[in-house]
Design a protein around this ligand. Sequence first.
Ligand code: HEM
Length: 400
Amino acid sequence: MQFSDFSSPAFFANPYPLYEKIRAAGPILPVGPQSFVTGRFEIIDALLRDPRMGKTYLQSVVARYGAQATAQPVFQSLNRTLLMMNPPAHTRLRALLMKTFNARGIGKLTSIVEATTHELLECQGSRAEFDLVNDYALPLPVQIICRLLDVPVEHATALGGAASRLVAAFDLAPLDEHGLRAADEAALTLERYFHGVIGQRRAQPGDDLISAMLGVEDEGARLTDEEVVSNAVLLFIAGHETTSNMIGNMSIALFRHPQQMEALKLDPALLPRAIGECMRYDGAVQMLVRTALEDIAPGNISLARGSVVFMLIGSANRDPSVFPAPDTLDFARSASTPSLAFGAGIHYCLGARLAALELEVAMRSLLARFPGIRPVDLDGLVWHRRNNLRGVESLRVTCL
Ligand code: HEM
């Protein structure tokens, strides 16, 4: 197994045959010096919950770009986010952010999500054809997060574009010089923008997530301005392409399974189950990475301190030992074992509730508004050349 196996056009179009081989080849396979890959549910689930496995983000930067790169704005910015931290710093920051996030009643969230969805669908008007990804799925989560942070929705396109250039630095494959410069510039742009917003909110607090982050307190602990900025940026990048890719992946799964699509149209109450199953079947996040912080031997594997493990959650979600007939999309599947599509353990997706709400409202409204929706060319889909965030570049649909 080599890193290049995860970068072929065939892999981007359909990673699941390779995942099947990886699961069959063993519980954990070497993929490079001190680096391993695993695709089995039981191992990934256990490692994600093991406190001896943690994040070593800057080390992965050194491995890919060299020691001097760690000072670059993009890596410094990502490294300050909750996503890259280990306890105890992670525990404190997550508690504060959870408090901020949960303070929003589900009612207010729902009305923001519904209003944004409605506006975007209205924009499609009676067009015979539109791009479901670029005209609907991509702007939707960015506009919602703009509203939650109370920044002008007119800034959504620019902020979303910067978030996309920044998120490219997450990929396993190193960026070229041009991509790296664009990611640096994007990090600086976003940080400058949110420092400006913080200035305004200190002077005039509002009913928004940034004011809430500035005001939140947990047993005397508060967030610094730097933390508020980095985590406002994180909310953009974590909630942006993940949710939009999932709307795209779910639509493709439904188009490829017309019977399930019909069942859903006949019984919209199936939607929450359908979302859970589509996230298992073809999730937006395919891979998570952890490092052994000490020598460990969980189950039948052993990892020396410093070993990096690439965990294929997209493969775990198709593991037949947990999900019988895993390649079948089945809304009646027992929900007794949740998939790993939102991760597991201490880094479990902070925005899972918001993401589920966005998916539900987005899909319900789309199918209600355009009951005859169908893809223009399902065979010619172009998948992003990325191995961790899975989605298509565009999805043209016709509604007549
Ligand atoms: C379908 C959409 C989404 C998917 C598939 C998804 C998936 C994930 C996964 C797998 C993780 C775990 C990362 C790890 O263990 O390293 C994660 C973490 C996170 N997600 Fe999501 N996510 C989605 C939407 C969102 C949204 C809408 C937000 C917020 C606006 C969000 C905010 C976060 C944050 C802040 C973390 C870091 C949590 C931590 O490190 O403690 N996500 N997400």
